[in-house]
Design a protein around this ligand. Structure first.
Ligand code: ADP
Ligand code: MG
Length: 705
């Protein structure tokens, strides 16, 4: 049964079919409910009045009460304008209008008392107002319901059709006047009490027409909480359902493979954090529920090894493993790493990518079906339908944020009982974001680097000191070290971006580096995403083997690439990289025992954001701290790409600003579900009802893997 809030917006008085269409197109408002959640983005205090005598040009806004003088038109044709004076007991100020002159002449009433609201401007050194908002004092007083007036986002097109912020406000008020008793409570008594007793209806009324600042704050808090609470409820419920309904494979044994490897092959001691995480994973996979675990750990913290140990547990229980990486280079590297670690053990590891030759692919697919391959490493190619496992028990996914939700769903289809899933990421996700996005995943954190690592020393240099930087590189190379020089090249797979310019930067860079570091003393390599795979691999391999001293590259080397002898990372045009990219790139050095350096090169002129990004990089190497700054600078949508991240739409809550409230909302949701897992308690009926509606209309919030 469609409720009041589902009523099409065209049925609201003052809207009609034409405006309804516009509202839908411009602001995505199609129903009463969607209008109500089109919240004001700020409020202006209209309880304060200024006096003409105290006006100055720096004021953001001024509100005056005074009398409008006679209207005069001056100028000709395009220069024609309307002027008037506006007088209060303290003095007079000039008003001017350039547009809509005819209409204004008809509607303004000289000699009457008006309320004027506008940002003061200045003309010839005198304060004036251009196109001030004017309202007759008589009607103003009647209409005054809020000293704090909401300001709504609108568009030029809407404004042209009479839907200014102020008109949207009128629509809200009209809607609220007929909404009495139609805005049922969605929370339980306990939550409402905790929120200071602000009901949902009261909150909507206050937020669109606040009586005072305190009540407005309470209302906003209530609406934010509600929004965050249901995101958490939704995620937690989904997790609960998964755990109840879906059996996972029980990996009870920790046997031969794991123990032999641990005792005889592991070349070093695990860090404390690695041990803890392996224990968590072991426990998960032994419960009989499907594991869904997110493993976060900074670059170089040793996630691959954790993935490997988890794989061995799967093998010990007779199950195969899919080990997925987002790029060919990474897949190759994982394959090499796993093969090296497992050398001398009876474990068959193979690799399958887009560039695997047909004949080999055929033999791999056959062996896989027969269970003769234990660990299959690969890229997206593993998702194809023809890739059939005999008994798939675990999927390890490296750098998951490059995999969409739908892609991960396809992995599930590859086994009767859904495989355990371990998602590894070196892009730390700020807590608030992780809670909202992955509230249904369990998370593990490796917060400790293997011993002996030296922190990378990071500096910022302007282009002008390039010679000094080259000199420094020379010294490092003389010590036998290797150097990366990275240029921004926007991801080649994005067709909307013309990266021709950047490609030129890169090749110019390569040429000037080759001149400065000439053969035969030096060898310079180049690698970028536009190269064919074979050339790329060849260049990477040469650098890895130490045959090249310098590698000019794009961000294709961003993730995972491991060359411990490389000790200098020079990033050109560093201001054009995002924080997480810079952090990833820096992670390419500092992987050996030597002191490593990261040099951020920029032009002289830096915007505020760029300046803060660079300063953050110089200040800290803590991935979580960097991620928090990134979230603050970019906002959650940009951080992960809202489209594929499945981030729920938040209308009023803000993951940066409302971090504390999010935490409280999550705790509240956990408390409710702990006490009443099926939400059958009558007190929770509103919650259960709202959640049902949400799940029905659901956006793809839920994580699938
Ligand atoms: P990540 O994938 O988390 O960035 P890797 O798994 O590539 O990190 O590990 C980085 C390097 O550290 C690798 O060369 C790996 O062999 C090494 N490593 C991993 N764990 C340890 C450890 N406990 N002690 C010493 N070295 C380790
Ligand atoms: Mg890695």
């Amino acid at each position: 049964m469609p409720g009041f809030l589902d009523t099409p917006i065209e049925f609201l008085k003052g809207v009609g079919p034409q405006r309804a269409e516009l509202l839908k197109k411009e602001l995505n408002i199609a129903t009463f409910g969607e209008l109500l959640t089109h919240y004001p983005f700020r409020y202006v205090d209209r309880s304060k009045f200024h006096r003409v005598a105290e006006l100055h040009g720096d004021m953001a806004q001024a509100q005056l009460r005074g009398v409008l003088g006679p209207l005069r038109t001056v100028g000709e044709k395009r220069g024609r304008r309307l002027t008037a004076t506006f007088t209060d007991p303290s003095g007079s100020v000039d008003l001017v209008w350039f547009k809509g002159v005819r209409w204004l002449q008809k509607s303004l009433r000289p000699g009457e008392e008006y309320i004027l609201f506008s940002k003061p401007g200045s003309f010839k050194g005198k304060v004036n107002f251009a196109h001030p908002e004017m309202e007759l004092a008589s009607t103003w007083d009647q209409g005054l319901e809020a000293a704090l007036q909401p300001v709504y986002s609108t568009t030029e097109k809407l404004t042209a059709h009479g839907l200014s912020s102020r008109s949207i406000w009128k629509l809200q008020k009209s809607l609220l006047s007929q909404a009495e008793g139609q805005l049922p409570e969605t929370l339980g008594r306990e939550q409402v009490e905790w929120l200071g007793g602000v009901s949902r209806e009261a909150a909507f009324r206050q937020v669109h027409a606040p009586q005072d600042a305190n009540r407005l704050d309470a209302a906003r808090r209530r609406l934010k909480f509600e929004e965050l609470f249901f995101v958490q409820m939704h995620l937690l419920r989904q997790k609960q359902i998964l755990q109840h309904n879906l059996k996972g494979n029980v990996f009870e044994q920790v046997g031969e493979h794991f123990n032999t490897f641990y005792k005889e092959h592991l070349p070093f001691e695990l860090t404390g954090a690695q041990k803890r995480v392996v224990k968590e994973i072991r426990k998960d996979m032994g419960t009989g529920h499907q594991m869904n675990r997110l493993l976060q750990g900074d670059v170089g913290s040793g996630k691959t090894l954790v993935g490997l140990l988890s794989s061995l547990i799967s093998l010990d229980n007779g199950f195969q493993v899919a080990f997925m990486a987002p790029t060919e280079i990474l897949a190759q590297q994982h394959f090499a790493t796993l093969s090296r670690f497992l050398d001398g053990m009876p474990v068959v590891v193979r690799i399958l990518t887009g560039s695997t030759k047909a004949a080999e692919r055929k033999s791999i697919l056959k062996a896989l079906r027969e269970g003769a391959i234990h660990i299959l490493v690969g890229t997206h190619a593993l998702l194809e339908d023809r890739v059939v496992f005999d008994k798939l028990g675990l999927v390890v996914i490296d750098e998951q944020h490059r995999f969409g939700v739908a892609q991960r769903a396809r992995l599930w289809a590859k086994a009767v009982v859904p495989p355990h899933v371990l998602v590894m990421t070196a892009t730390p996700i700020p807590r608030t974001l992780a809670m909202t996005l992955y509230g249904d995943l369990d998370t593990s954190v490796i917060d400790e680097l293997p011993p002996g690592r030296k922190a990378v020393r990071t500096v910022h240099r302007y282009d002008g000191s390039r010679n000094a930087v080259f000199g420094f590189m020379e010294k490092e190379i003389a010590k036998g070290r290797q150097v990366y020089i990275v240029y921004p090249l926007i991801e080649e797979s994005d067709p909307s971006v013309n990266s021709g310019l950047e490609l030129k930067d890169l090749t110019d860079g390569f040429e000037s580096i080759s001149r400065r570091f000439p053969l035969p003393k030096y060898a310079v390599g180049i690698v970028h995403g536009r190269m064919d795979q074979a050339t790329k691999d060849h260049e990477m391999a040469r650098f890895k083997k130490g045959e090249t001293d310098l590698l000019v590259a794009t961000t294709v080397i961003e993730v995972g690439v491991d060359v411990p002898n490389a000790s200098v990372m020079v990033i050109e045009n560093a201001e054009r990289f995002g924080l997480s990219q810079l952090h990833q790139l820096r992670g390419r050095v500092g992987r050996g025992a030597d002191q490593s350096y990261c040099i951020l090169m920029t032009g002289d002129k830096l915007g505020n954001d760029a300046r803060e990004r660079i300063a953050t990089m110089v200040r800290t190497s803590d991935g979580f701290e960097i991620a928090e700054v990134d979230l603050r600078l970019r906002g959650p949508g940009d951080l992960l790409g809202t489209q594929q991240s499945g981030l729920p739409t938040l209308h009023i809550a803000d993951l940066v600003e409302d971090a504390a409230l999010l935490q409280q909302a999550r705790q509240a949701a956990i408390r409710v579900l702990d006490r009443d897992p099926e939400l059958v308690d009558p007190e929770h009926a509103p919650i259960a009802g709202t959640l049902r509606e949400l799940m029905k209309s659901s956006t793809i919030w839920g994580r699938i893997s």
